[in-house]
Design a binder for this molecule. Sequence first.
Ligand code: PMP
Ligand code: GLN
Length: 384
Amino acid sequence: LTPRLQPFTSTIFAEMTALATRTGAVNLGQGFPDTDGPASMLAEAQNAIASGINQYPPGPGRPELRQAIAEHRTRYGTHFDPDTEVLVTVGATEAIASALLGLAGPGDEVLLIEPYYDSYAACVALSGATRRVVPLAEDPETGRFAPDIDAMRAAITPNTRLILINTPHNPTGTVFTRSELTAIAELCVEHDLIAVTDEVYEDLIFDGLSHVPLGSLPGMAERTLTISSAGKMFNCTGWKIGWMCGPAELVAAAKAAKQFLTFVGGAPFQPAVAHALRHEGAWVADLRTQLQSKRDRLVEGLTEAGFGVRPSQGTYFVCADVRPLGFTDGFQLCRELPERIGVAAVPVQVFTDTPENWQHVVRFAFCKKDEVLDEAVARLHKLI
Ligand code: PMP
Ligand code: GLN
């Protein structure tokens, strides 16, 4: 194995899901829903297969999907040319990889915020660039993990080329505010940085908060690649239909890498996702309402079970401090939990460069049926 990939031989999701399967544990580790997406979308995919949409789609993605993606982004007041400014990818994962491979290389620094989604550090390593990592700061009053603008400013050097921002944020569930994003945008403009934003949870936001795309802020349209995916929006994580939108020059750079990663993917799913983007907004609104009540259900259960629950404003996830239960190492706890009480979770320290600062935090997924959440909570009560 090449040295640059040696720190990345396995993923925590594969490890914890394998452990959950082996032990029959309730899996609140890997974030994937246990119900299907909108029926009309599933039918469209079946129709597409039956009608012969089974060969390579066009390199940038099928035109009706690129059109639907561009239309979908107009809700934020942003406008993209479907022919040059939209690229369909194999999940957001490939969009992130191609953006980094196409835009960063040896000598460049990429700024990440920790905890970070695991593929970011691996893809920076693949690109040959160097990552610099700034932590989210825990608000002492609310426990919310917030971006630390001063720390970000201090981490920027003349070699910083790109910053990767994820909101709504996995694993903390933080939704960045407009003023936090405005401060980040100002840093990008001042230091002439490219921004890559991971917005896969853009629709999964609670309590009446709203999603602000960094690329919609002043000075950002020309320097931002915005990434999203159908997986979380329409409960179809296994379809791996993702996309990016941005200025033609940045999209072309990412496309240069993408065409040699997978070339294309998911032909019959593309018209189905186009259909869902156009016609299933009400379904997504209902998903958001359901997820908010699942969040409440799990937060209440974890609190009663003795965890120090942190606020979750969006995504599939809530983070909890395990110290009130007498544990100090979340990784150790997550390795033991499936065997001990039959629940799987994910330690947040694996998403960081400073595990010692995050050892006490564990992530639970609530994108599950209510009875699954209730069973997990009942089992977690045995920890007291
Ligand atoms: N980014 C974040 C923050 C995620 O949580 C995930 C996983 N769902 C991805 C990217 C990958 O998305 P996809 O499944 O579309 O590749
Ligand atoms: N995004 C999902 C999570 O954070 C899982 C993705 C994966 O398994 N790679 O749990």
